[in-house]
Design a binder for this molecule. Structure first.
Ligand code: NAD
Ligand code: TYD
Length: 368
């Protein structure tokens, strides 16, 4: 098994060096920016095109350390615009697509589901159509990689974990839209032979996450001594993976995953919300030089999220045995790094929360 894997790896390495143009969608977002950075630095012979609409969640400041590199290109554009996407693919003739662009926040999907259907479903199908058209005569050594979530599988009870074969049972408009996009990706593989691969990952944490998600929101609130709104009883369980581990898994699957397959990605790191919140309070208080327990009274139990999934857990055996991937960053290390990053990057937090980022964008791109 290991022998076949190595042989395959050598053959694939040969193809890798011939691949030139990779489109990464949503590269200005949280996970996308880590993927773009990894690819730009690790593969100088690839041209990396970052396509992003720069919604509230997209932020070019996430990429200032690599945006002057010759193999990095930014394109501002909306994947919902099918005509634009078609032209873009015809112009650039991409060899590979790593698709992360999405509306990604469950609470927003409850408030406004249509945005999620447009971007996550229609946007994904636009990309599939464009890839299908430019690769119709030769799909060899091409790859359409769709990044998805474990939330498509629905909710677990106290035990068990999601496998790649677990039936889809999404509960939120976000996860329903992601599930729908996964189905289209699989359908384009089965119907048209499009060389696709999908991965479903658990909750990511790390630098550059928009402060509407649990951890960055709570770090910011602890810092400003604002209430910490815990949904329901705080007993929901999530599996947490450091974002750079996810980016490395994406690199592995993009290059070595098998066409038509799905891979689950997880951190083997389950936490009840209330426990991870208490851990966060402990660390942030200590780093801010406050006495232990100072911020515990900020915990405020609020009305539960509608349709709130109780528990997510991932069985990532397939990814480990087939492609040799495992998470590398220990939780204590990743968690400390995350807190340090948000505390050190006050300006980043202020910018994304104040709307000052729009000014940055105009300054950077209006005259280009
Ligand atoms: P994010 O919200 O931080 O970033 C999304 C990016 O997509 C932003 O840069 C945004 O500007 C861009 N975008 C949104 N709509 C667009 C459109 N119509 N056209 C072009 N660009 C558009 O999201 P994230 O947390 O980085 O998630 C990235 C992907 O990973 C998503 O597909 C998400 O479903 C998936 N995922 C996320 C997690 C997680 O914990 N965050 C876990 C598993 C899977
Ligand atoms: P979130 O970061 O929104 O990720 P997801 O919903 O995709 O898992 O939320 C993580 C968990 O934290 C989830 O169970 C909902 C809960 N939560 C709160 O209790 N309060 C909050 O203010 C937020 C944003 C989330």
């Amino acid at each position: 098994m290991q022998h076949i894997y190595l042989k395959k790896k050598i053959v694939l390495q040969f193809y890798i060096f011939r691949m030139k143009k990779i489109l990464i969608t949503g590269g200005a977002g949280f996970i996308g920016s880590h993927v773009v950075r990894l690819f730009v630095n690790k593969y100088p012979h690839y041209d990396i095109y970052n396509l992003d609409a720069l919604t509230y969640a997209g932020n070019l400041e996430n990429l200032t350390d690599i945006d002057q590199k010759p193999n990095y290109h930014f394109i501002k554009g909306d994947i919902v615009n099918g005509e634009f996407i078609q032209k873009l693919f015809e112009e650039h003739q991409f060899d590979g697509v790593i698709h992360l662009a999405a509306e990604s926040h469950v609470d927003r999907s409850i408030a406004n589901p249509m945005e999620f259907i447009f971007t996550n479903v229609v946007g994904t199908v636009n990309l599939l159509n464009a890839a299908r058209l430019i690769w119709k005569d030769n799909a060899e050594r091409k790859r359409f990689y769709h990044i998805s979530t474990d939330e498509v599988y629905g909710s677990l009870g106290e035990t068990g974990s999601f496998k790649e074969t677990t039936p889809y049972r999404p509960h939120s408009p976000y996860s329903a839209a992601k599930a729908s996009s996964d189905h289209f990706v699989r359908a384009y593989h089965d119907t048209y032979g499009l060389p696709t691969v999908i991965s479903n990952c658990s909750n990511n944490y790390g630098p550059n996450q928009f402060p509407e998600k649990l951890l960055p929101l709570f770090i910011n609130n602890i810092k400003h001594s604002k209430p910490l709104p815990v949904y329901g009883k705080g007993i929901n369980v999530r599996d947490w993976l450091y974002v750079e581990d996810h980016a490395n898994a994406i690199d592995t699957i993009f290059h070595f995953g098998r066409d038509g397959e799905t891979y689950n990605i997880g951190g083997n790191n389950e936490w009840r919300n209330i426990d991870i919140i208490k851990k966060l309070i402990e660390i942030v208080d200590a780093k801010l030089g406050r006495p232990a327990g100072t911020s515990l009274p900020l915990i405020t139990y609020v009305t539960d999220r509608a349709g709130h999934d109780l528990r997510y857990a991932i069985d990532a055996t397939k990814l480990k045995t087939e492609l040799g991937w495992e998470p590398k960053i220990k939780f204590t290390e990743g968690f400390e790094k995350t807190v340090d990053w948000y505390l050190a990057n006050e300006k980043w937090l202020d910018n994304v929360t104040s709307g000052a980022y729009v000014d940055y964008y105009h300054k950077m791109y209006d005259n280009k």
